[in-house]
Design a protein around this ligand. Structure first.
Ligand SMILES: Cc1ncc(C[n+]2csc(CCOP(=O)(O)OP(=O)(O)O)c2C)c(N)n1
Ligand SMILES: [Mg+2]
Length: 322
């Protein structure tokens, strides 16, 4: 179980399960057509957000992309703030103006997510430069996908981050797909992380569905970035279960190999960690108890969020620069 004891692993399990159940609840409610923003769920990929963010303090910073709910929750973002944001209510973390793909919660150190692929990457590097210039010891983490690795700005950012030895941890969630196009139709057959290493980042890869592996790799990377060793790169292999955008599964569309989704479901991060916990002697009741507490928390969060209101028309020009 690496350096994690059962209590620590149980805590990571609880965090992953919470994200899974929240995403499932969003999917269930999404079909009611009251959440009017495009929504990219991270079901199947929870271990990465949790294993990385477990090492971050409140003053460390996270940037994310279109698939950001898990990153936001793992960094300590408000659940009611997230749900209200999806409904477009003023109580949302962005005042109901952002929706699923534009989350921000400065009090949680979750600076921004945006759906422009690669859009937050240079901003995260700029933020890391600011932290460095302030001698803050804070680390900035940027989450992005394998598709984002094809954006020129990602490579410009890696170059600059190495030049300045920024306290930046770049986390590539390699789920093998950009929308419906598989990696092998977009990139030559090779790993991604050696290209980051060629830019001069310290780069490693691992199984993004094994939270203990993510935790161990992230522990090293975050400590190194914090201690002035320069930017770090993690390529973590995983798979998204639902359709690219929306609440459903889409395996019938046939862009995955037959059986591919099923094979990834058998590699479910929760199943894996649940098994490890059982082997370590953690009682099934402990997991059931967690399940019940999460269920109650989500029900209450939806009730609180749904009591919200859309932003006032009179506030329309607030938060604008000009
Ligand atoms: C610059 C840009 N190009 C294209 C798109 C359309 N788009 C939205 S998400 C996405 C897939 C990104 O894939 P990846 O980075 O691997 O993230 P994943 O969805 O797999 O988590 C694309 C192409 C976009 N939003 N921005
Ligand atoms: Mg992808």
């Amino acid at each position: 179980m690496n350096s994690l004891n059962s209590a620590e692993l149980l805590d990571l399990y609880q965090r992953m399960l919470r994200i899974r159940r929240i995403e499932e609840a969003i999917a269930e409610r999404y079909v009611e057509q009251q959440m009017r923003c495009p929504t990219h769920l991270c079901i199947g990929e929870e271990a990465i957000a949790v294993g990385v963010c477990a090492h971050l303090t409140n003053s460390d910073k996270v940037f994310s992309n279109h698939r950001g709910h898990g990153h936001y929750l793992a960094k300590g973002g408000s659940l009611v703030g997230l749900i209200a944001e999806l409904y477009g209510f003023a109580e949302g973390c962005c005042g109901g103006r952002g929706g699923s793909m534009h989350l921000s919660d400065l009090s949680a150190g979750f600076i921004a997510s945006t759906p422009i692929v690669g859009g937050t990457v240079p901003v995260a590097a700029g933020y890391a430069w600011g932290e460095q210039r302030r001698n803050s010891k804070n680390v900035v983490v940027i989450f992005f996908g394998d598709g984002c690795f094809e954006e020129g700005v990602l490579h410009e950012t890696m170059n600059f981050a190495v030049l300045k030895q920024l306290p930046l941890v770049m986390v590539c969630e390699n789920n093998q797909y950009s929308v419906m196009t598989p990696l092998y139709e977009r990139q030559p057959a090779r790993d991604i992380y050696p290209i980051a290493a060629a830019h001069g980042l310290q780069a490693v890869s691992g199984d993004g569905n094994k939270v203990e592996q993510v935790y161990a790799l992230a522990e090293n990377a975050i400590a190194a970035a914090r201690n002035g060793a320069g930017p770090q790169f993690l390529e973590l292999h995983t798979h998204r279960w639902p359709e690219h955008c929306g609440p459903n599964e889409d395996d019938e569309l046939g862009y995955r190999f037959p059986g591919e989704l099923l094979a990834w479901k058998q590699r479910c991060p929760l199943l894996h960690t649940g098994r490890t916990l059982a082997e370590a002697g953690v009682a099934a009741e402990a997991l059931l108890d967690i399940e019940q507490r999460i269920g109650a928390e989500i029900a209450e969060a939806f009730a609180r969020a749904l009591a919200g209101q859309p932003p006032e028309l009179a506030d329309m020009e607030r938060h604008l620069y000009v």
